[in-house]
Design a binder for this molecule. Structure first.
Ligand code: ADE
Length: 247
């Protein structure tokens, strides 16, 4: 990959509660006229931070139910369209996640992704098995990781808040540290454009713990979003003006 200087970053969020704190803290403005036309449901916001052009795409709300468009399908659509619109040097999949205490995760931690996989695409046919897992490396950022003191690990995506025994065995095989619902789809779209991906994921619940996920998630969503918000500007500050190869 060409060692370009990082001048613009696109952050992809699934939930409004995850995106809003950063939009407010950086004073990002909704792009008007819109950079992405309907019927795609995503919304974009832009501004700058420490000389970096910062763009946010949020997947928007589902027309039928009014809830955030979480999961892999809207995430790949938003990423594809926003990468075309903004041509970022780096994409960041940002949001909340379930953490594995076996990999050192605790509520409120913010993890950097080393790689992404899918845990709910089980296709036991030649080559489709590998396609299903969709293992994809994240941009290596060892300097950034150590200077911000972030934990790191493999991020696994699937379209359910819970998991089956088979999902769990795939996550264990890959030493997954955080489980969420979008990163692998975002990686798929990034790979089409050869744009490097980082994942920054705050932990709302413990996957290998004993609490009900939905309850623990709702209880910690706002504190995890705050942890995410305090970390993301520091991540952006580390990227500004640096070369991809020196992160
Ligand atoms: N987002 C936050 N916690 C999650 C979990 N346990 N699974 C999937 N997505 C999540």
């Amino acid at each position: 990959m060409e060692d370009k200087t990082v001048k613009s970053v696109l952050l992809v969020f699934a939930m409004e509660a995850e995106a809003q704190p950063l939009i407010q803290a950086l004073g990002l403005k909704e792009d008007a006229p819109p950079k992405i036309l309907g019927p795609a449901p995503c919304l974009t916001f832009s501004g700058s931070h420490e000389g970096l052009n910062v763009h946010v795409v949020w997947n928007g709300k589902d027309r039928e139910t009014g809830v955030d468009n979480v999961g892999t399908v809207p995430a790949s659509l938003s990423t594809y369209l926003a990468v075309m619109a903004f041509k970022p040097d780096i994409v960041i999949s940002a949001g909340t996640s379930g953490g594995f205490k076996a990999q050192g995760a605790a509520i409120g931690d913010v993890f950097l992704g080393t790689a992404v996989i899918n845990h709910d695409r089980r296709i036991p046919l030649p080559n489709f098995d590998k396609y299903g897992i969709g293992y994809s490396l994240c941009l290596a950022t060892p300097g950034l990781q150590s200077s911000l003191g972030l934990k790191q690990g493999v991020v696994s995506s699937g379209n359910s808040l819970d998991y089956t025994d088979k999902c769990m065995s795939i996550m264990e095989q890959h030493g997954v540290a955080v489980k969420e619902m979008e990163a692998a789809a975002i990686a798929w779209a990034c790979n089409l454009f050869h744009v490097p991906l980082m994942c920054v994921k705050a932990v709302t619940d413990i996957v290998d713990g004993d609490r009900a996920t939905a309850e623990e998630f709702l209880e910690n969503l706002h504190s995890a979003a705050a942890a995410l918000q305090s970390t993301l500007p520091r991540v952006l500050g580390q990227l500004a003006g640096r070369k991809l190869g020196e992160l």
